[in-house]
Design a protein around this ligand. Structure first.
Ligand SMILES: [Zn+2]
Length: 528
């Protein structure tokens, strides 16, 4: 059973009553808008989004809400930003830091908009809200009061669950300093039921400097925020969350989720939401943080792949398994091959997990009418676009073995565009080549066996009116047995002759799409 269907079965058992009452199940996810968003953050979006879609498919009312956390302090400076300009804002709530451009409302919005754009583009449509709005409109006032009145209990939970010891006077709240506007530098020292007293400390954190002032202020209506693990538990209550997963970094024993769950139960008297714990999304084996800069942002990956492929990348694996995305390796051609294989099973109406993953990799709005199309192999398209003389539709028609429909052509255009972009950006050298106008020097060093094999190839090519990639592939194997040549010697001779490289695209197909006259001429030249 596909992982999403399995999880939905569990959810149906757990929330039988709520589902029966026809009240929508609330699914929640969030992202702190502290910089360009790493592609890994899309995994949570896709898992929650897919669960929401499956529930909807089964006519179970649900609402997927997505928080743009814009009220956390700015606690890191992304390398792509001007250090001098932004350092003075370190420690302020993200919604109060200026935008890197002149257009966005603030710093958080600048990065949030890019991420929201990607989420929508890949076909998930949660309801977005800003954390700062919840605080400012007083939605958190009740939770803040409860947390302050239960400071001792919260300290105990931290100690019990994670072994983290907070000092006797620690209070679960941080105030926006009235003097310097920072929230990351303040310490609340008491609460009289109406107001909190706080100090803006110079050296409390390494990444920001407080102004040293003391003050007394109401903790409500956006003047202050809860520390994030307490806040997490408060969100469960305030937003009435039923389903919320958490990434592996939060899901360890004694980790933040376990603390939040305990606070939810013991302080806010609420059963924590159904958890879906999910593994990392690595890029080249690393869990890069979004502050490290370019190379793995969600925007970049969404530019590299069409929406359906991004979705498959995100949901194709069980959440318990790590995704390791290597854009400059063979991840992308392999992902296309997997997609094509799944599509094939779907079009043959074979009902299995692959079929299911294929359906869910389509945007929900497109799922009603998935028409059968021919999917030209991505690696071959990537090769074909590097051969200027090749007519792409003709090449794809040869692959299909039948005339292309309008939709086939559209799909070809799409893959051509993404292949060109991939070759320009991440494609490894193995996939790149240039057809050699002149005979490469290395082709003059072929041994007799190589020349003999190429001669047989030439004879065969001459005997055919038109070349078929698959038939040519089979014929190459015949040449191999006839001459006794080692496969590597044969194939390197072919690639060197045309590409001046020892390896290249699938040889039979590659030769079949070359201009026949050029092919014959070159073979004649190299066997001399
Ligand atoms: Zn201050």
């Amino acid at each position: 059973m596909f992982w999403g269907d399995k999880i939905v079965e569990e959810i149906k058992k757990e929330y039988k009553n709520k589902i029966g009452s026809n009240e929508p199940l609330i699914i929640r996810d969030e992202k702190t808008a502290s910089g360009r968003v790493h592609v890994g953050s899309l995994r949570g979006v896709a898992i929650h989004g897919t669960i929401s879609e499956i529930l909807t498919e089964q006519n179970i009312k649900n609402k997927f809400i997505f928080e743009i956390n814009d009220f956390d302090p700015m606690d890191g400076l992304p390398i792509y930003l001007d250090k001098d300009k932004f350092f003075p804002h370190m420690g302020k709530p993200l919604c109060n830091v200026p935008s890197p451009d002149s257009k966005a409302k603030n710093y958080a919005e600048y990065f949030a908009q890019e991420f929201v754009g990607v989420i929508e583009e890949i076909g998930f449509h949660p309801e977005y809200y800003r954390l700062s709005d919840l605080y400012k409109t007083g939605k958190f006032n009740g939770a803040i009061k409860i947390a302050l009145e239960n400071a001792g209990k919260i300290r105990e939970i931290y100690k019990k669950v994670s072994g983290q010891v907070k000092s006797e006077e620690w209070m679960p709240l941080q105030v926006v300093c009235e003097n310097c506007g920072k929230i990351g530098t303040t310490k609340v020292i008491n609460f009289n039921g109406e107001k909190v007293e706080y100090i803006c400390e110079k050296n409390m954190v390494r990444w920001a400097e407080g102004c040293g002032c003391r003050g007394k202020i109401s903790p409500f209506d956006g003047n202050a925020k809860l520390p994030w693990k307490v806040e997490w538990a408060a969100k469960f209550s305030v937003l009435n969350v039923d389903i919320e997963g958490a990434g592996k970094d939060h899901s360890t024993k004694g980790g933040s989720r376990e603390i939040a769950d305990a606070i939810s139960r013991e302080v806010f008297n609420r059963k924590p939401p159904f958890n879906i714990s999910y593994e990392f999304f690595l890029v080249e084996g690393k869990k890069m943080s979004s502050s490290k800069g370019a190379g793995a942002s969600s925007r970049e990956i969404a530019d590299l792949l069409p929406p359906e492929l991004v979705r498959l990348l995100l949901i194709g694996k069980d959440p318990k398994r790590v995704i390791d995305f290597i854009p400059d390796g063979d991840t992308i051609p392999v992902l296309y091959d997997t997609y094509d294989k799944m599509a094939g099973l779907y079009f043959q109406n074979i009902k299995d997990d692959f079929n299911r993953a294929f359906i869910l990799s389509q945007k929900s709005e497109n799922r009603g009418n998935i028409e059968e199309i021919f999917l030209p192999r991505f690696s071959q398209i990537a090769s074909a676009v590097q051969m200027p003389h090749v007519n792409l539709y003709e090449a794809v028609e040869k692959m299909k073995g039948a005339p292309l429909t309008g939709l086939d052509k559209k799909e070809t255009d799409c893959r051509v565009q993404y292949a060109q972009n991939w070759l320009k950006t991440y494609a490894p050298d193995d996939f790149k080549f240039k057809l050699q106008e002149q005979i490469p020097e290395a082709a003059k060093q072929f041994n007799n066996k190589q020349k003999q094999a190429l001669k047989l190839l030439l004879n065969y090519v001459k005997s055919q009116k038109e070349l078929d990639g698959q038939v040519l592939h089979t014929h190459l194997h015949e040449i191999k047995s006839e001459t006794g040549i080692v496969p590597q010697e044969l194939f390197s001779a072919i690639y060197i002759s045309f590409l001046n490289k020892r390896s290249g695209p699938k040889a039979g197909w590659f030769l079949s799409v070359l201009d026949k006259k050029f092919l014959e001429k070159r073979l004649e030249e190299v066997i001399k």
